[in-house]
Design a protein around this ligand. Structure first.
Ligand SMILES: Nc1nc2c(ncn2[C@@H]2O[C@H](COP(=O)(O)OP(=O)(O)OP(=O)(O)O)[C@@H](O)[C@H]2O)c(=O)[nH]1
Ligand SMILES: [Mg+2]
Length: 510
C-alpha cells in the first residue's frame, strides 16, 4: 500500500526579476539618442491552488524543491523582459500552510482558492523610465529583485465532520463502509487501517463527511501503535465517535476503561499541539459512543448492560449497533447529523463567492509603493559612531542597486536622501564619515552639502563618488559583507585578500 503523506516541507524559490537594461538609442544622424533600455520582467510566483482532484501531498514529498521561472532581462530599443511564468501547484482540500516557525499562513478548504506561496522578484527598471529632466540619459538600470525564497510546511487535514476513534479491530472501517460509499479494507487483525479514510454520509437533503482513522492504543502518544500523527485528520471534526468492540472484550478491559484510555491519548495529543490551531480544543468536542458488534449475542448483552453506566459516567449519547448486520444505524446517522448541523450553525458561513479567493501573504514593501517609507535609524551597538538603518523597502533598494555602477550607487544615495534618511541621521548626530549600515552594506556617510536638491545628481557627477584613492562601492560592499559574516572570505584579485577577522580588526576605510 502506498504510504500516506500528509505533511511535507517545501523549499520554494520564486523566480528572480529580470534586470533592467541601460541602453542608448542609436539612430543614423543622432549618435546619442535617448535612453531606450527596457524593464526587466517580474519573476514568476509559486502558487498553491486548492483542487478536489488531488487527495494527497505525495507529489511534493518526492519533489520538495520548487522553483518558478525568472523574469527576462530588459533589452535595448525599449524591449521589456518577459514576465516569468507562474508555477501553479494543486493541493488537496484541507491543506494547511505553515511557515517554518509553525505559524499558520493559510487554511485551504475551498476548491479554487489560490495561495501565493512565494512571490517572484520585481523586474528592475530600465534606463528609459529612470530618465527625468535632470538625469536625461541614465548610465545605469535597476537590477531585478531576487524572488522570494522560503520554506513552507504543508499539512493535510481531512475536512471531516465526524471522526471515528477506537481500538484496533473495533469496527471503525466496517462502520464507515455501511454509513457511506467508502470501501476501506476490513480485516480481523489490528491496524488494518493505516491511513485515514473519508466517507460521505448521504441523507437525502443533508450530508456530512466521516473519517475513519487508524486504531488507537494506550501509549499512542509515546509512539505505540501507529502513534498519534493521523489524529490531525480529526482535529476539525464536529463530533468524535468512540467505536467500542463489545464482542471480543479481553480480560481486564471493559467499555468504560477502553474509552477512558483513549480519552487520555486524545488529551495528550491535544496538549502536544504546540500552538492554538484555531479549531478549538479536541477535549471539548462533542462525543458519541457506539457499542458495536451487537449481532453477537453476548456482545449485545454486554452492551445493554453497560449502556446506562456509560451514559451516566460520560454524559454522552450511546448507540448499540452492528456494522456487519447493519443494525441500529439510522438513529446513529441522524444523531450525528444533528450534532454536525449544530456545529455548522455555530461556524461562520463560508460565502459562495469565496470560490476563487487569492490569498496574498504580506511581502516586504510591496503594498506600499507610494511615497511613504517606513525606516528606523538607530545607533550601531558594535561600531563607535555608526548607525544602522532598517526598513523593508530599503532592502529592496539595495537589491536593485548595481554596485559596480557608480551612477547606480548615486541614484541609491538620492533615494535614501529623498526618503529623509539623511535628515534623520543628521538629527541623531551622525557626522561625516560615519559608517552607516543598510541591509548588507555599510556606507561611509557623506551628507549632501546643505541638503541640496537630491535629484541633482547627474551622470558621473556624484560628489560622493569622486576621488581615485577611494574604494569603489562594489569593493565596499564586499568588505562590508565579509565583515558582517555574509561571505566568509573574499578574494579581491591581485594580492588583496580580505577575511572576516582581518576586516574586523581593521575596518574598511572607503
Ligand atoms: N460480528 C461483527 N464483527 C464485526 C462488526 N464490525 C466489524 N466486525 C469485524 O471486526 C474486525 C475488524 O473490523 P474493522 O472494521 O477492520 O476494524 P477497525 O476498527 O477498522 O480496525 P483497525 O483498522 O485495525 O483499527 C473485522 O473482522 C470485522 O469483520 C460487527 O458489527 N459485528
Ligand atoms: Mg480500520
Amino acid at each position: 500500500m502506498a504510504r500516506f503523506i500528509d505533511r511535507v516541507v517545501l523549499h520554494l524559490q520564486a523566480g528572480d526579476g529580470g534586470h533592467g537594461c541601460a541602453s542608448v538609442a542609436r539612430e543614423k544622424y543622432k549618435p546619442l539618442g535617448g535612453p531606450d533600455g527596457g524593464n526587466g520582467g517580474h519573476g514568476g510566483d509559486i502558487v498553491l491552488e486548492v483542487s478536489n482532484q488531488v487527495h494527497t501531498l505525495m507529489d511534493f514529498h518526492y519533489h520538495p524543491h520548487i522553483k518558478s521561472q525568472r523574469g527576462g532581462n530588459g533589452g535595448g530599443d525599449n524591449c521589456n523582459g518577459a514576465r516569468g511564468e507562474d508555477l501553479v501547484l494543486e493541493v488537496p482540500v484541507g491543506t494547511v500552510v505553515h511557515d517554518d516557525k509553525g505559524e499558520v499562513l493559510a487554511d485551504l478548504t475551498v476548491p479554487g482558492t489560490r495561495f501565493i506561496a512565494a512571490e517572484g522578484g520585481f523586474g528592475g527598471l530600465g534606463n528609459r523610465v529612470l530618465a527625468n529632466h535632470r538625469r536625461k540619459v541614465p548610465g545605469f538600470a535597476l537590477k531585478g529583485e531576487p524572488g522570494q525564497a522560503r520554506d513552507l510546511v504543508l499539512e493535510l487535514k481531512s475536512v471531516a465532520d465526524v471522526g471515528l476513534v477506537g481500538f484496533p479491530s473495533a469496527g471503525k472501517s466496517s462502520l464507515i463502509s455501511v454509513l457511506s460509499a467508502a470501501r476501506p479494507k476490513i480485516a480481523d487483525y489490528p491496524f488494518t487501517t493505516l491511513t485515514p479514510n473519508l466517507g460521505v454520509v448521504d441523507l437525502g437533503d443533508d450530508s456530512y463527511t466521516i473519517a475513519d482513522v487508524p486504531g488507537l492504543i494506550p501509549g499512542a502518544a509515546e509512539g505505540r501503535g501507529l502513534g498519534l500523527d493521523f489524529l490531525r485528520h480529526i482535529e476539525r471534526t464536529a463530533v468524535l465517535v468512540h467505536v467500542v468492540d463489545t464482542a471480543s472484550i479481553e480480560p481486564g478491559r471493559d467499555p468504560v476503561s477502553d474509552i477512558e484510555a483513549l480519552e487520555e491519548e486524545l488529551a495528550k495529543y491535544q496538549s502536544a499541539l504546540d500552538a492554538d490551531t484555531g479549531l478549538g480544543d479536541l477535549r471539548e468536542r462533542p462525543r458519541v459512543v457506539v457499542l458495536n458488534k451487537a449481532d453477537v449475542p453476548e456482545a449485545e448483552e454486554l452492551a445493554e448492560f453497560v449502556k446506562g453506566d456509560l451514559e451516566e459516567k460520560f454524559g454522552w449519547p450511546v448507540f448499540i449497533i452492528s456494522a456487519v448486520a447493519r443494525q441500529g444505524l439510522d438513529p446513529l446517522k441522524y444523531a450525528l447529523l444533528d450534532i454536525v448541523k449544530q456545529d455548522r450553525a455555530r461556524r461562520p458561513k463560508q460565502k459562495a463567492d469565496k470560490k476563487h479567493t487569492i490569498i496574498h501573504p504580506k511581502v516586504a514593501g510591496r503594498k506600499s509603493q507610494g511615497a511613504h517609507l517606513d525606516f528606523t535609524v538607530r545607533k550601531d551597538p558594535q561600531v563607535e559612531g555608526g548607525f544602522i538603518v532598517t526598513g523593508e523597502k530599503l532592502d529592496r533598494w539595495i537589491e536593485q542597486t548595481d554596485f559596480e555602477n557608480e551612477e547606480a550607487v548615486g541614484y541609491l544615495a538620492d533615494r535614501l536622501n529623498k526618503a529623509g534618511i539623511e535628515d534623520e541621521l543628521r538629527r541623531q548626530g551622525a557626522v561625516e564619515g560615519a559608517p552607516v549600515t543598510i541591509s548588507d552594506i555599510t556606507f561611509e556617510w557623506e551628507p549632501m552639502a546643505g541638503g541640496g536638491d537630491p535629484t541633482a545628481t547627474r551622470r558621473g557627477q556624484d560628489a560622493r563618488l569622486q576621488g581615485t584613492t577611494r574604494a569603489s562601492a562594489a569593493e565596499r560592499k564586499r568588505a562590508s559583507q565579509a565583515r558582517r559574516g555574509l561571505v566568509d572570505e573574499y578574494d579581491y584579485g591581485q594580492d588583496e585578500h580580505v577575511t572576516r577577522e582581518g576586516a574586523n580588526r581593521d575596518r574598511w576605510q572607503g
